[in-house]
Ligand binder design. Structure first.
Ligand code: PEP
Ligand code: MG
Length: 925
């Protein structure tokens, strides 16, 4: 097997299409080399090599790979005119990870590899800059020691600080040659103490160990966590890019930086976005240790304004690249245009300027916020660079969630006390209690709190806390700092580099001007402006306007599936309509029974229902008034019937009012109203206080209520007396609910209700309930003198219903797949209990994803498909939808498109996601 692929001006073995094999970075380096861009030459060890590292072990892999590496090195020496491990012109290398999907900062990097006593001498002679060479060496010892050998980073930092203190050096750059020699001596000792071996002086040994370490870092805990959080799976491993070193730290005409061809936060392209540092190396820009400067003059001025830096101060201390190195800037700007044209997407570039000469170290499709993604995609369509369909495909449907995050109420924000301003690193508005560690953020959130994580800077270990927090504030670092990059991707609001904030981790507080903020105090962040406020600020929901609205319109143009919502209040309905819902696919009427005093009426009904049923059976009388007469002097029986009638009388207008509100909010869109579904005991008072209250209301003894509650207890309620089984035993509930729907429909012009019978497993259940519904409709029509057109259908959520869908469709005018229950009964996983082990099942790969979140297409999906086909065979115009949780999950939506459903229905906030996912499915098919 071939493991090593070279890239240089003379010889390129890869291209951008080879990401799986060469990783994103390696594939694009090869592509750029082919384009003739100034890429430092090198070679890539493939992801297949990483796979082999884990399968056959590093010794065997090294032996297999070594001849290829030797040959690639020889070639590299030839194109660079440098020699590895020897003077007069020694070749130094960088060793970097690069998987097919980028995982910023998660895996390891070693720079300056190849420095040994021999090459140090030669390099000092050739560069004439001893300080620079020694500085590179001390960085190399530290990186190699830490990354390859696992020596604690702090052990090195401790020595560096000691030397700086002894020599009164404030910054690393203040250290002289002698100071650096002292640091190096100490570093070598730290290394030997920790590893038991002297620092390697063979460059090949350094290289092979460096490559092994990068392969090893694929499975470090933070990389694993990152892949989990970002749902990255199915990759072989990381590739390793071995590249000729270029030095951004070789003097004042050298620099290193990161740039975006468009603003990754907003998608704007008013100018060239990016940051750089003069005389700096590798991670300095991203690490947030020094304040990075802007690439363009325009950007620099905007930055200075936002930071309160005067023009004189800016020019003297933070000039743009455009001002400080105009030639390199011009070339970089030309490359920016070229790369964006070539890739037809926003690029994220890393560059280094070595003694005035520009090198491009990396390009990739830049990570961006959802806001930027929609702006960039719609702009690229306007600029005629990509077609509409491509723009629709470019947006990750799940990321739209970020655009639905709240923003501050303007008046409340205006009235709030602003205490600082930082960089608007990731948009949105966040309000929460201050915590200072990622672990605390996770712990507080687990307790139901809302937090803002405040750090001087974040590191990859913090991602769990960043994910949990409502917002992140850092006191150091720029727009490309770890905090900024990671927060943007997560959709977490972030304000970075708030220089005025002084954090003291020990006392768990920060100061900012005259203000002190303690752990637990509330602050608010505006991630779109960088403003930091004291206290809580009210937030509002955003709308579908601007580029977001444009993408949604495009989605609607291409999608075939309808998109409805699951909503049971007028408020949720209105929200969903605003997000583009075309109707209600599931109105769960039971939720309406919980509001205010209604629960009392409903409890009253349930508690006497069994008695009334028995009386009817004993007397053979259905009509309640006649029944009451017939039982005559039996006071208890009469009381039960009265209570039953009272409850129905109380509930009817309440339900009707709810439906009126919903129909009004729908403005003529259809609404599928599901009749009562959950097990009755869920509504009953299980505690003594609740039972006492109910006893008082009904004028009976608490012991009587207790007895009734116990009599309704079920061992397996999810498979018990619920769904249409309730309507079968208590037909008055079906009739009351139907009456409420019909009367509301008669009251609101243009309303289009559909009545849905839940949990049907046998066509006879449906026929029975349908009969009651039809009779009730006719009664209301007669009474109100109206003609109502109401579809009657069923949920398909019991496997038996899916299997006998042909029969069921004879009675049903529509099907709606209740894939929550269908998954429960289809896979045999209790909805209430499976959470305990499903995570393990997913980790073990039994199911790729939790089947309650992502439709199990191979199993439950088969039931859906079969029922759809057989249902339509029986009834050609059968309308078919889905209303389980899967209706808003992109891959499940794609499945629904494939099997030809008419619509999906999901919670209001997932409506835009479903619209986009449906469009993507249509375009891809
Ligand atoms: C379902 O089972 O998928 C469904 C939508 O109903 P519920 O979740 O209310 O049981
Ligand atoms: Mg259900």
């Amino acid at each position: 097997m071939k493991y090593v692929y070279s890239f240089s001006k003379k010889h390129v073995e890869g291209d951008r299409g080879m990401k799986e094999l060469l990783g994103g970075k390696g594939a694009n380096l090869a592509e750029m080399a082919t384009l003739g861009l100034p890429v430092p030459p090198g070679f890539t060890c493939s992801t297949e090599a990483c796979d082999a590292y884990y399968k056959v072990g590093k010794a065997k892999l090294s032996a297999a790979m070594k001849p290829e590496i030797d040959a690639a090195l020889e070639q590299l020496e030839e194109v660079t005119g440098k020699t590895f491990g020897k003077g007069p012109n020694p070749l130094l290398l960088s060793v970097r990870s690069g998987a097919a999907v980028s995982m910023p900062g998660m895996m390891d990097t070693v720079l300056n590899l190849g420095l040994t006593p021999t090459t140090i001498k030669a390099l000092i002679a050739s560069s004439g800059d001893e300080r620079f060479v020694l500085d590179s060496y001390r960085r190399f010892i530290q990186m190699f020691g830490n990354v390859v050998m696992g020596v604690d980073h702090h052990d090195f930092e401790h020595e560096l600080d000691a030397v700086k203190k002894a020599r009164r050096a404030k910054l690393d750059t203040d250290l002289t040659v002698d100071g650096l020699k002292d640091v190096i001596d100490r570093y070598l000792k730290v290394y030997k103490r920790a590893t038991g071996k002297p620092f390697p002086t063979s460059p090949k040994e350094q290289l092979m160990a460096g490559i092994d370490a990068v392969f090893g870092s694929w499975n470090n805990p933070r990389a694993i966590r990152y892949r989990e959080l970002n749902d990255i799976r199915g990759l072989l491993g990381t590739a390793v890019n071995v590249q000729t070193m270029v030095f951004g730290n070789s003097g004042p005409d050298s620099a290193t930086g990161v740039a975006f061809t468009r603003d990754p936060s907003t998608g704007e392209h008013k100018y060239f976005y990016g940051e750089y540092l003069i005389n700096a190396q590798g991670e300095d820009v991203v690490a947030g240790i020094r304040t990075p400067q802007q690439i363009t003059l325009k950007g620099s001025r905007e930055w200075a304004k936002s930071q309160g830096v005067s023009e004189t101060d800016r020019k003297a201390n933070y000039p743009s690249l455009e001002e400080s190195m105009p030639k390199a800037f011009q070339e970089l700007d030309r490359i920016r245009v070229r790369l964006e044209k070539h890739y037809k997407d926003m690029q994220d570039l890393e560059f280094t300027i070595e003694n005035g000469e520009l090198f491009i170290l990396q390009t990739r499709n830049g990570k961006r916020t959802a806001q930027a993604a929609v702006k960039i995609a719609t702009d690229l369509v306007k600029e005629k660079r990509i077609p509409e369909r491509e723009a629709v495909l470019r947006i990750d449907p799940a990321s739209l969630d970020q655009l639905l995050h709240p923003v501050f109420v303007k008046a409340s924000e205006d009235a709030a006390q602003q205490i600082a301003i930082g960089l608007p690193a990731s948009p949105g508005a966040a309000t929460g209690q201050v915590v200072f560690t990622a672990d605390e953020a996770e712990a507080w959130v687990a307790k139901g709190k809302q937090v803002i994580l405040c750090r001087t800077e974040t590191s990859p270990e913090d991602i769990g806390g960043m994910d949990a927090a409502a917002g992140v504030l850092t006191s150091r670092g720029g727009m490309t700092s770890h905090a900024a990059v990671v927060a943007r991707q997560m959709g977490t609001c972030c304000v970075a580099g708030v220089a005025d904030v002084n954090i003291n981790y020990k006392t768990k507080r920060f100061t900012c001007g005259g203000v002190t903020v303690k752990e637990g105090d509330w602050i608010s962040l505006n991630g779109s402006t960088g403003a930091v406020y004291k206290g809580q600020i009210e937030t509002v929901e955003p709308g579908l306007t601007g580029p977001f609205g444009t993408i949604m319109k495009l989605a609607d143009k291409y999608r075939k599936l309808g998109v409805r919502t699951n909503a049971d209040t007028p408020h949720d309905t209105a929200t969903a309509v605003k997000f583009g819902a075309e109707g209600i696919g599931l109105c769960r009427t039971e939720h309406m029974f919980f509001e205010g005093d209604r629960i009392v009426s409903f409890r009253r009904l349930i508690l006497v229902a069994e008695t009334v049923k028995k009386l009817r059976e004993d007397c053979g009388i259905e009509d309640l008034t006649a029944l009451q007469k017939a039982v005559g002097k039996d006071v208890k029986a009469v009381e039960s019937i009265k209570q039953y009638k009272q409850a129905l009388r109380e509930l009817l207008p309440l339900q009707r009012k709810d439906f009126v509100g919903i129909f009004k909010a729908l403005k003529g869109r259809p609404a599928t109203i599901r009749l009562l579904d959950p097990p009755l005991h869920e509504f009953l008072p299980q505690d003594a206080a609740g039972q006492k209250e109910m006893a008082e209301t009904m004028g009976v003894k608490p012991s009587e209520i207790k007895r009734l509650v116990e009599s309704l207890h079920e061992f397996n309620p999810m498979l018990g007396h619920r769904g249409c089984r309730l309507g079968m035993t208590y037909p008055d509930v079906t009739a009351m609910q139907t009456r409420a729907v019909c009367e509301a429909a008669a009251a609101v012009k243009g309303s289009k209700p559909e009545i849905m019978i839940p949990l049907v497993g046998n066509v006879k259940e449906l026929a029975n309930q349908k009969e009651i519904v039809k009779r009730t409709i006719a009664e209301v029509e007669a009474k109100k003198g109206v003609k109502l057109s109401i579809l009657i259908g069923t949920m398909i959520e019991v496997p038996r219903a899916a299997v006998t869908a042909g029969e069921i469709a004879e009675e049903a005018e529509f099907f709606s797949f209740g894939t929550n229950d269908l998954t429960q009964m289809g896979c045999g996983f209790s909805r209430d209990d499976a959470g305990k082990f499903l995570k393990d099942y997913v980790a073990m790969g039994i199911y790729e994803k939790d089947p309650f979140q992502v439709l199990d297409q191979a199993g439950v999906g088969k039931l859906v498909e079969m029922a759809t086909v057989n249902g339509r065979k029986a009834r050609k115009d059968l309308k078919v939808g889905i209303c389980g949780e899967h209706g808003g999950e992109p891959s499940s939506v794609a499945f629904c498109h494939k099997v030809g459903l008419d619509y999906v229905s999901c919670s209001p906030y997932r409506v835009p996601i479903a619209r986009l996912a449906a469009a993507q499915a249509a375009i891809r098919s």
